[in-house]
Design a protein around this ligand. Structure first.
Ligand SMILES: [Zn+2]
Ligand SMILES: [Zn+2]
Length: 825
């Protein structure tokens, strides 16, 4: 008996697949199409770890099964190659990022091939390739031409040491990711994309797609649409007759009578405007300075203590009751949300409540809960502030003048209408979503294809001049002034104005690392046709055939970044008819997410902890098929799960048992009924479980079937080949090898997926006729082959039978198995 040697057979089959180009997707094939997409990786210098492999293997199993079910499957792979670590590496070593990227992608590709993943490598893409990013630039130009890209001065995270702007995710806890320096806020001119214009559609079209509910909810919350009103508060400045006002956005105009102070964001322009009138301006200025270094996330956090400072010498007037109320500056209010000012209603908003309590401010209760709930801590109606928590729900108005007694819902409308009449309010919709900051002062990104002419303003680079390639630079560091490293490439910057042909300058900012992944699902389709030539119409047929993506799997952490961004960009391309209208406004039909793999013992894998597991090592020691089956067996796909070496060994043993099965196979074709039934139950289970990502239960049912197959003295060929087919998406190398050794026709991966037989799965039932003194009185469905004792018990439980027997004594029972039971009375 030969031993199972994965190293030998896996290399053999990987070579064979490559030679035959076995997983090539055919454009416009007659077969129905199926587009399986898994998020392409950022090729870091560290290579793949076992966590990356989990979604690849899962979707590979799906792709392999779909091919066997007769679909023309597209399952592509590529590289999201622009990114900060590569740039930092370049700064440190002077090695050009493109050189480092090439080395890294080669390594990633080798690792993926080692796992036997069935990617169609003909369509490999790389976002940092000029032929690719000329399209990323082309999309930017279309956005600009359609009024969706503009330049604006905004506050960004700024590292004073590196002199660069950082995205929020690069400045966690207000610390620079590159150097650890404390980050500050700095105003800078940036290119912005108007994603906010798509806010409603990004919410509404979620009804058209099959995403997990938690993804839909988190995108909706991120967009944060809320219906409300803008209310005008007049401002009174002490010892002057200045007439001024501030607008406040609220979703709860029904609580207006309970507003006892206003809060402005530290960036609110009113503060600067009245700086001479504010009596304690020095201290206010200090507070504002301090808040600049705090990250938005920290400012918003519920559990952090709220801080603020009153603007002495100015007051606001509550338009509902004309009460003069104090104005505060506090950094829990953000300038970018709403109007940068809020009306504080301490009894009915927890944040306002905490703040009012700390600064001993007035509280007025204006909403009584409509349903009576037993609440010990329910706030009392007085002005002293003796409450222990806010009541945030709706209810019936109290202490609200003419609106007292009205329900919240009605009061919201009436209150706004009443104030609108006096020019003091209007209904509005507000969003948390902001326009997307699309500029980075970096090197390793797509140059923004814009030219600034003193005479003509901003001009787009003509299509014939695309791509605008990254120039060679001596240093990858940003300039002293915080400009992109491109600012030092003088020859490159100075360019002719496309309009007046005068002297003009190129934009030196580059795009953020999300730019290339916005449209990469389309790039794979274009790659199948040409090396990315213009015009876009060339690819219409391919888009029509393949889009939308049928199944897209990726990380939960991308829900409000890549997933949202790419939906926005696709909708835009759809609007300008760059992609055909017939494919609909959403790029992905279905989205799923995988759970993270933790290190042994449940600790997050990280380089610093030294607990990262490299798939190369597992493949070398146990084989790729073992790694594949283990990663799918370790637990439910969506769940976080720790790595366990014992589990890996267990799977290796399972595959060794499969290997040995070849020595039990006879040449009989028929089979015993019992085995057939469990085989068909397994077919049903595996088929359904793959579709619902329950790989772990699919594998355990294959293990159960294997146990039964092992018991057969001489296994029939039909049973054996069916088993190999079911196992093949999980362990493709082993099953191809066994298929060949059994001298079965063709190769295992090309077999038709088997369908289960309904009749064989149903439990065997018969109709038992119940007679009394030879006359048919009832009929009941029972398990086949039940005994006389069981039959008697069932028959005598039937109401009809009992009625016929009545008080008579049973003299005799005649029982014919699976047919009749006759009571003689
Ligand atoms: Zn820094
Ligand atoms: Zn010009």
């Amino acid at each position: 008996m030969e031993k199972y040697n994965p190293e030998k057979i896996e290399k053999k089959w990987q070579k064979e697949w490559e030679k035959k180009d076995a997983f090539k997707a055919i454009d416009k094939d007659k077969k129905p199409k199926y587009y399986v997409l898994v998020e392409f990786p950022y090729p870091s210098g560290d290579g793949l770890h076992v966590g990356h492999a989990r979604p690849y293997i899962a979707l590979d199993i799906l792709a392999r099964k779909k091919r066997m079910e007769g679909f023309n499957v597209l399952f592509p792979m590529g590289w999201d190659a622009f990114g900060l670590p590569t740039e930092n590496y370049a700064i440190k070593t002077g090695i050009h990022p493109a050189v480092a990227t090439k080395k890294n992608t080669d390594n990633f590709k080798r690792q993926q091939k080692n796992l036997g993943l069935s990617f169609d490598w003909n369509r490999e893409i790389n976002t940092a390739d000029p032929s690719y990013y000329k399209w990323t630039q082309w999309i930017f130009i279309q956005l600009f031409k359609n009024g969706l890209a503009y330049k604006d001065k905004i506050a960004i995270n700024w590292c004073p040491r590196c002199k660069i702007g950082l995205a929020n995710e690069e400045a966690i806890n207000s610390v620079c990711e590159r150097c650890g320096e404390k980050v500050v806020k700095k105003e800078k001119e940036q290119w912005m994309l108007k994603i906010t214009k798509y806010a409603d559609r990004l919410i509404d079209d979620l009804d058209k797609v099959d995403y997990p509910e938690k993804i839909k909810i988190s995108q909706k919350e991120w967009i944060g649409k809320s219906q409300g009103a803008e209310i005008k508060f007049n401002i009174i400045v002490q010892a002057s007759d200045i007439k001024y006002w501030v607008n406040v956005f609220t979703t709860r105009p029904d609580t207006l009578f309970g507003c006892t102070y206003l809060v402005l964001a530290p960036e609110h322009p009113l503060i600067e405007k009245f700086k001479d009138k504010i009596l304690n301006y020095k201290n206010v200025e200090k507070y504002i300075e301090k808040s600049k270094s705090r990250m938005e996330k920290d400012r918003m956090a519920q559990d952090k203590e709220k801080t603020g400072i009153e603007l002495k010498g100015v007051k606001a007037v509550n338009p509902a009751n004309n009460r003069k109320i104090p104005i505060f500056v506090a950094d829990y209010v953000l300038m970018q949300y709403g109007t940068g000012a809020i009306m504080a209603v301490p009894v009915h908003d927890q944040r306002d409540f905490d703040f009012a309590k700390k600064y001993n401010l007035a509280m007025i209760e204006v909403i009584k809960p409509s349903e009576v709930r037993p609440r010990i801590n329910y706030p009392r109606s007085d002005l002293g502030g003796n409450y222990s928590e806010a009541h945030e729900g709706e209810g019936v108005l109290i202490n609200s003048g003419r609106f007292t007694g009205m329900k919240s819902k009605e009061a919201k409308k009436r209150m706004v209408a009443w104030l609108a009449n006096k020019g003091l309010a209007e209904e509005t919709i507000n969003y948390k979503l902001r326009d997307w900051v699309f500029s980075r002062q970096r090197y390793w990104g797509e140059p923004i294809p814009m030219i600034e002419c003193k005479k003509c303003g901003w001009q787009t680079v003509p299509e014939k001049d695309l791509p605008v390639e990254l120039p060679k630079v001596k240093s990858y560091k940003p300039s002293e002034k915080g400009e992109s490293p491109l600012a030092k490439a003088e020859k490159w910057i100075n360019v002719e104005c496309p309009k007046c042909k005068g002297l003009a300058k190129r934009e030196t900012d580059v795009m953020p690392n999300w730019a290339g992944s916005n449209w990469y699902y389309l790039a794979y389709l274009m790659r199948g046709i040409s090396s990315f030539q213009f015009p876009i119409s060339k690819y219409k047929k391919a888009f029509e055939y393949w889009m939308p993506v049928d199944w897209y799997n990726g990380g939960m952490e991308h829900t409000t970044l890549h997933l949202l961004y790419s939906r926005f960009i696709f909708k835009f391309l759809w609007d300008i008819k760059a992609v055909p209208k017939s494919i609909g406004p959403e790029p992905y039909k279905k989205r799923t997410s995988h759970g993270v793999i933790l290190g042994p013992g449940g600790i997050k894998m990280s380089k610093s902890k030294g607990n990262v597991i490299n798939p190369d090592k597992i493949v070398k020691e146990y084989g790729a098929d073992t790694l594949r089956v283990y990663e799918m067996f370790m637990g439910p796909f969506e769940q976080m799960i720790p790595w366990d070496v014992k589990g890996v060994k267990g799977i290796k043993r399972f595959l060794e048992k499969v290997w040995k099965l070849q020595y039990n196979v006879g040449d009989r074709l028929g089979n015993g009924h019992e085995l057939e039934k469990i085989a068909h139950q397994t077919i049903k289970k595996v088929t359904e479980d793959i579709e619902s990502l329950k790989f772990n239960t699919a594998i355990s049912s294959l293990m159960i079937l294997l146990n039964d197959l092992e018991k057969e003295k001489e296994l029939c060929l039909t049973q054996y080949s069916s088993f190999l087919i079911l196992l093949s998406p999980f362990a493709p190398h082993l099953t191809e090898e066994l298929w060949q050794r059994a001298k079965l026709e063709g190769s295992c991966r090309n077999q038709e997926w088997i369908k289960h037989n309904h009749r064989l799965i149903e439990e065997n039932k018969v109709n038992l006729i119940i007679q009394i003194n030879g006359k048919v009185r009832d009929k009941v469905e029972v398990e086949a082959d039940i005994s006389e004792v069981q039959a008697k018990k069932i028959a005598l439980a039937q109401e009809k039978v009992l009625k016929w027997i009545g008080k008579n004594k049973i003299q005799k029972i005649i029982f014919v198995k699976n047919k009749i039971i006759n009571f003689v009375i």
